[in-house]
Design a protein around this ligand. Sequence first.
Ligand code: 4AD
Ligand code: MG
Length: 429
Amino acid sequence: MEHVLVKNLSNFIGKEVTLNGWVANFRSSGKIAFWQIRDGSGFIQAILNTNELSKEQWKEAQKVTLETSVKLIGKVAKHPKKDEYELQVSDFKYYQIAEEYPIGKKEHGVDFLMDNRHLWLRSLRQWSIQRVRDTLIQANYQYMRDNNFLKIDSPILTPNACEGTTELFEIDYFDNKAYLSQSGQLYLESAIFAHNRVYDFGPVFRAEKSKTRRHLTEFWMMDAEMAFSDLNENMKVQEELIRFMVKKVLENNRADLEILERDIKPLENITKPFYKITHQEAVKKLQKLGSDIKDGDDLGADDETLLTKEYDNPIFVTNYPAKIKAFYMKRNIKDDSLAECSDLLAPEGYGEIIGGSQREDDYDILLQRIKEHKLPLEEFNWYLDLRKYGSVPHGGFGFGLERIVAWVCGVTHVRETIPYPRTINRLRP
Ligand code: 4AD
Ligand code: MG
């Protein structure tokens, strides 16, 4: 007898199958019981009927509890009205009868759910979010491979800071100090000289003290880096990549987006060109919208929300003042006070999902920047070397996966987009 997954049941109508899963819900009348079974691939209603089962089996069936694990044998039938399938159970076996499950039908607070994250992951909404996350990851890999990017894994233990020294996690490294990586960018820059187009994907760490709906202390970043590129090409790749990833979710995760009650209209706009405004224009617009942002200020979290609510598709904000951006950014050729950079903001109030820039490729200027930023020169000599041996114009970008998942799923807080969120006040479970 075939052992099948719920998602494949349409191929087995009228046939007897074996199915493994968990009881996600159950109800019973005198002679018939309905178990909602979850097997990881989907949900199905199993029907246990006194006509089909022996007295002993029926008695055994009364022991069922939420989250009990079962093996079911039965015949597959199509629901008379809906596009769903049912299993007419002829026999079953418990793997384990679950104890009283702490996550019930009543509303729970976020802290309780987060304390039970190891169980909460089974819930319908959390299940759908992780499925969308998986599609986004797979689509990312596919796009990168199709566009000649080679995956290069950057180290996590580093002696230097990529994104400034204020948010570093410091650890003892034998008799030295080391830091958890904030971004693999600097290492990827070295790899373009061997492979031209490269990317990495992995967890990065920031000792973020901010408690916002956008910040985690551990999150997954994809850094990409391209030799012989300029900012326009950089933005073009970002736009194509995000479009490809969102399209894959629209193709593969309709049911999940429905479970999440995500309005997909804004996601369908993704085929249109992204918006492009300069930092200066963004500030003007924000001031009109009532923000107290001043010319030359960085966009705060509230500003990003305010600004992106005005848009129905992602927005590139270009040429931020150099003084609020990282040391490695090249300056704009017409205005040296501006960085040759872009942030990609997701619409509908979501805000920054990608940070990217042209990199300073001149040895002397880069050396001067490292000094200006008071970075320890001895840890950056290898990075400066890259400007000595065949330096080329180059640039790249990095996205935060959780921010993209949050936007695509229409989830307000990034804590639901990663299996085990790490924030200033959460390290457990
Ligand atoms: O803008 P960031 O700081 O850029 C970099 O780290 C560059 N080195 C990337 C590169 O050019 N290779 O971070 C990149 C992205 C942000 O746009 C945001 O999506 C995400 O990482 N991010 C965070 N996500 C969750 N929690 C945090 N604390 C985040 N900080 C940044
Ligand atoms: Mg940024």
